[in-house]
Design a binder for this molecule. Structure first.
Ligand code: 5GP
Length: 191
């Protein structure tokens, strides 16, 4: 029997679309799956824990890590830098673990080139821009200006969705979760 490498399950989509909730639910459903905790220069939000949601670092440290080749991908999103640890994802997939990543469209495009054999790329979108704006307002983590910027970015990101293997409209979180589970099962069967 052949040893199977794990899958990289890459989820992208506009801010406020429900990626974090979907990710948490997926990790509960698949206890063996590992979450790739990104490194970021963004400020920690009140609801976040360093080392759990992200590893929060200063710009100097992030730039050093870029030079040392520590990121499988990195990108600037909304004025902050975000990156994925190369060692973490490679050790995990080489040990047969599936890895879940929540990264933006630029990062996904970098990983698509590097890990096209192991990557499953899923874009989550909202039923409409108004739904997105409402969700961001309800979340109460961003100012009105920040929300406007996130909506502008969302419109750009949605244009990139045709580069993904799957595009899901998140109308109902449980239905979207079922769709993702079905995708994971079928991708595993195919490999
Ligand atoms: P937030 O600041 O709202 O947590 O995330 C902003 C955006 O950065 C989201 O679209 C999220 O998917 C993306 N992001 C988070 N971690 C990474 C990463 O490691 N690499 C890239 N390229 N994007 C990331």
């Amino acid at each position: 029997m052949f040893f199977k490498k794990g899958l990289l399950i890459v989820i992208s989509g506009p801010s406020g679309v429900g990626k974090t909730t979907l990710g948490q639910k997926l990790l509960t459903q698949y206890p063996e799956m590992k979450y790739s905790i990104s490194v970021t220069t963004r400020k920690l939000r009140k609801t976040e824990v360093n080392g759990q949601d992200y590893v929060f670092v200063c710009m100097e440290r992030f730039k050093k890590d870029i030079k040392k080749g520590r990121f499988a991908e990195w990108a600037e999103v909304g004025g902050n830098l975000y990156g994925t640890s190369k060692t973490f994802i490679e050790e995990a997939i080489n040990s047969g673990y599936d890895v879940l990543l929540d990264i933006d469209v630029q990062g996904a495009s970098q990983l698509r080139k590097l890990y096209h054999e192991n990557g499953v790329f899923i874009f989550i979108t909202a039923p409409s821009i108004d739904t997105l704006r409402n969700r961001l307002n309800l979340r109460k983590t961003d100012s009105e200006q920040e929300i406007d910027a996130r909506i502008m970015l969302a419109k750009k990101e949605i244009k990139e969705s045709n580069n993904y293997n799957y595009v899901l409209v998140n109308k109902d979180i449980n239905k979207t979760l079922e769709d993702i589970s079905r995708i994971i099962s079928s991708e595993k069967r195919e490999r």
